[in-house]
Design a protein around this ligand. Sequence first.
Ligand SMILES: [Zn+2]
Length: 105
Amino acid sequence: MTTTQTSVKRRAARCRYDRARHCFLVQSSAGTGDYELTARGFDGLLVVSCTCPAGIRGRQVPAGATKCRHGALVARRLARAGLVRLVAGSWVVTAKALRLTLSAA
Ligand SMILES: [Zn+2]
């Protein structure tokens, strides 16, 4: 990695996808490690579970109502890929995502 470090500390957490573990990883704000997030569709809504303390309390709720901010990072990333879209405050799984899910199952 040759990423240039700037003097300004960015507080925005980054999320990345771990292909081997089939989950998203978001670095904890304390820098002590990564939280694991999994995303799946349930009744047409995106459901994100997160291993951070707040995420464990709010486990298995639609990402529009996730108890932690990491779920929103994953949702926005999926939205950029066209897999979910925000409808009336809830992340709705798109037809593209359903096709991918079915072909991966
Ligand atoms: Zn979290």
